[in-house]
Ligand binder design. Structure first.
Ligand code: RNT
Ligand code: ZN
Length: 418
């Protein structure tokens, strides 16, 4: 333990903050690591050169992209070496692994197609979250669950049901709950002739998917909303009101998921967390960084990320399922993954080191001058010393130590990929 840490700890303790407790708490907070940062959301079940559809976009062509399960798993292992805390995997259905000649379309996916991932998670002591993949597939017309074409809609309902079965399997095998997020890019480029039709069909489709049996204490289906996507600028079927209403009316079956890239640019998810937790027992988050739109940049240690973490801590860490969701193809992908994950960890640690009760008291007493002073002075506390100690206790590199390892991996592994 460095003298710097002891001094920093004393400073926090003078404010009534239990540093040891903050460190121990964070070690056990699950944060999901999204597999899709490693290969620009391409997956393994369709032609990797097909375009990404559904209104999402990766930009950049940095060399070294993983193009098969072995490479992706090796890259994830590299990230796992560099991040502190309690990671959990987060897979998309399109990352199914087929043994030779056993390809299955999305409506026919089975738990066995994720057995390799289960082995991967078991060997590393990880839980696993899951996502049906309703995009980048020829059966997007472009609508999926809200399509007017019954055959198309049925195909995607079957996909959703298959994913519930796979989520059951993941929760069962790994002994940790599986958060299964339903997001579709369903929407229209231009002014619709009918807005309610697709929404009613979307609701009916989700009803059908959730009629597949599952234990709601182990499998947590989520409904993710969105404001708009590229190519579907005029109308999004699963809008905020749609997703939230669905979750509210079906609270014994699913929970809402907020992605902080999916709102108008002046709206903040930090404020929405306590709004939803006034009514829901549990919610899920996709933590990302939107720049002007849902651009999915790497998460930084910025004000809104800190504010999101503060609300998670204040409202209850056990009430929020935290996952990362971004994909930057313009920089080293291992670095992008690691940086975002470490920043979410940093924000959570920063939040755990706040005198929450004291701040609440100042507000309740209408002592707004002191509240402002206290919050401002917290910003320049010797946080870095506590962060270093946390990383060291997790057996992970400190700031300044991990990037050289990323460079080594790039030299020895990534740069040799074709
Ligand atoms: C897209 C949504 C969705 C996806 C992932 C890949 O805007 O945020 O969560 O990013 O499913
Ligand atoms: Zn998302």
């Amino acid at each position: 333990m460095s003298t710097g840490f002891n001094e920093a700890k004393r400073k926090y303790e003078n404010l009534g903050i239990d540093v040891e407790k903050a460190i121990e708490t964070l070690k056990n907070v699950s944060v999901s690591l999204h597999c899709w940062q490693g290969d620009d959301v391409r997956g393994f079940d369709t032609d990797p050169n097909k375009p990404l559809t559904g209104g999402i976009q990766t930009t950049g062509n940095y060399p070294g992209r993983a193009s098969n399960p072995e490479e992706l798993m090796s890259d994830i292992d590299e990230v796992l070496k560099l991040i502190p805390g309690k990671p959990k995997m987060n897979l998309h259905a399109s990352y199914a692994i087929f043994e030779d000649g056993q390809w299955a379309d999305r409506d026919k996916l089975e738990p066995k197609h994720f057995q390799k991932w289960v082995d991967f998670c078991k060997e590393r002591g990880l839980g696993c979250d899951f996502n049906p993949t309703f995009f980048s597939h020829e059966k997007c017309d472009p609508l999926t669950l809200s399509s007017k074409n019954e055959e198309t809609r049925k195909f995607w309902i079957e996909h959703g049901k298959a994913c519930i079965r796979i989520s059951n399997y993941l929760a069962e095998e790994l002994g940790e709950k599986c958060v299964m997020n339903i997001w579709t890019g369903d929407g229209l480029k231009d002014v619709p002739g009918d807005r309610i039709g697709p929404r009613v069909r979307y609701r009916e489709s989700i009803d059908e998917i959730l009629s597949e049996p599952y234990d709601f204490s182990k499998v947590k289906p989520c409904i993710e909303s969105k404001v708009f996507g590229i190519g579907v600028e005029a109308y999004t079927v699963g809008s905020a009101e749609f997703a939230l209403s669905y979750a509210a009316f079906n609270r014994d079956k699913c929970i809402p998921l907020m992605d902080n890239g999916h709102y108008h640019p002046t709206e903040v998810v930090s404020d929405k967390i306590p709004a939803l937790l006034t009514f829901f027992d549990e919610i899920a988050l996709h933590v990302t960084r939107p720049i002007r739109w849902d651009s999915d940049h790497v998460v930084l240690f910025d004000d809104e990320t800190k504010e999101i973490a503060r609300e998670i801590v204040r409202c209850g860490l056990d009430k929020v399922d935290i996952a990362l969701d971004y994909f930057d193809a313009s920089i080293n992908r291992i670095s992008a993954w690691t940086m975002g994950y470490r920043n979410v960890q940093k924000a959570l640690l920063f939040a755990l080191l706040q005198p929450t009760d004291e701040l609440r008291k100042l507000q309740d007493e209408h002592n707004f001058s002191k509240l402002m002073v206290a919050q401002e002075e917290l910003k320049t506390m010797p946080f870095n010393e506590i962060w270093d100690e946390y990383c060291a206790r997790c057996g992970k590199p400190l700031d300044g130590e991990w990037f050289p390892e990323v460079e080594r991996y790039e030299r020895e592994v990534l740069s040799r990929r074709g």
